[in-house]
Design a protein around this ligand. Structure first.
Ligand SMILES: NC(=O)c1ccc[n+]([C@@H]2O[C@H](COP(=O)([O-])OP(=O)(O)OC[C@H]3O[C@@H](n4cnc5c(N)ncnc54)[C@H](OP(=O)(O)O)[C@@H]3O)[C@@H](O)[C@H]2O)c1
Length: 307
């Protein structure tokens, strides 16, 4: 049974595993329907869109097409989308937020968005404008909850100081390989590369402010290298994943997800697959709990060290 968690201070009860829609924009409605059916079977009710996911067709439009054909799906998923990334610049102005939400609603054939995230910090953002947009969107019932993505504590505080609505979540890149959120907490005050504070101690901040952390690209090393599973650059990690996958009788991908789930912050992993079998395999992570030693052994198998 999929674990349900409260999203930050909201009253939304979402599945801890989120289904990411970015790569569905390279697929078609049939493939989208298949992976959403599998999600429902696995009790995954939380999906993550963005206005810019549009490799082949906008992911939101594919979802809208499906929802039009099958309106009952509207009540089955809690829909999150994002705004703020434009071609060659970031835009968190009042006008852009309002326009992006209107377009997302139209594309998805929805009357409301459950969670709206500001996709990336815009160097020119003015929190007062964000506050005006959030107030109007909430008042009109077009957006029910608000959060951010790729933001550090200082940026969140600056926005939160102006907006009335609680920011309930931050979405950040996190995997065994891309683990800077965790590295600097292990390497406090050391001179090594892992000690570099890249995020302003975000995990501690989110905990203190009752915000949920969502993790993106949970099995990716990075944009260039792609998926670390079976990647020749990550031989030691793959050997360890293999060993644990045999012990727990799950796939390596499930072990990689279990590594994120083992952290006590109740992190919500976003699975980016459009393959129903891959989704089912990853969801098996909820059936196991890595030991402390196993968690650290996976961390060290990426080449990182302990101080
Ligand atoms: N906030 C942000 O800035 C941001 C940035 C990026 C992404 N996101 C969100 O995070 C979501 C997930 O990101 P992601 O797609 O990079 O995540 P991911 O789950 O780490 O990667 C999924 C990709 O890995 C492939 N893959 C290869 N082997 C696999 C295996 N054994 N099991 C499962 N998948 C395997 C999948 O292919 P198949 O489809 O063939 O399985 C798919 O192409 C996105 O959809 C989006 O919602 C947010």
């Amino acid at each position: 049974m999929m674990k349900k968690v409260r999203l930050g201070s909201s009253d939304l009860k979402v599945s801890q595993m989120v289904l990411g829609m970015m790569r569905s924009s390279a697929a078609d409605v049939k493939a989208l329907e298949a992976v959403l059916e599998k999600a429902l079977e696995l009790d995954i009710n939380f999906i993550d869109h963005a206005d810019i996911y549009a490799w082949r067709t906008p992911a939101e439009s594919l979802y809208g097409e499906l929802v039009k054909a099958r309106p009952e799906l509207k009540d089955k998923f809690i829909v999150q989308t994002k705004c703020g990334i434009c071609q060659g610049y970031y835009d968190l102005s009042y006008e852009h937020i309002m326009e992006s939400v209107e377009q997302s609603l139209t594309r998805m054939n929805l009357e409301k968005i459950d969670v709206l995230l500001l996709h990336r910090p815009d160097a020119l953002m003015e929190p007062e404008e964000i506050a005006k947009a959030f107030d109007e969107l909430q008042l009109s019932g077009k957006v029910l909850n608000f959060g951010v993505s790729n933001m550090n504590p200082g940026q969140i505080s600056r926005i939160q100081k102006c907006v009335r609505q609680p920011l309930i979540t931050d979405q950040m890149q996190l995997s065994i390989v891309h683990s800077s959120l965790i590295d600097q907490g292990i390497y406090v005050n050391m001179k090594d590369e892992q000690a570099v504070m890249r995020d302003g101690s975000l995990l501690d901040y989110l905990d203190e402010h009752n915000m949920s952390l969502q993790a993106w690209s949970i099995i990716q090393a990075g944009w260039e290298e792609g998926c670390f599973i079976d990647h020749p650059n990550y031989k030691e990690l793959n050997d360890k994943l293999e060993e644990l996958s045999k012990k727990y009788k799950v796939t390596k991908s499930a072990i990689a997800v279990a590594w994120i789930l083992r952290h006590p912050a109740n992190i919500l992993p976003i699975a980016g697959t459009v393959n129903p079998t891959h989704l089912e395999e990853m969801a098996k992570a909820f059936e196991l709990k890595l030991t402390r030693q196993e968690w650290y052994s996976l961390y060290l198998a990426t080449g990182k060290k302990l101080p």
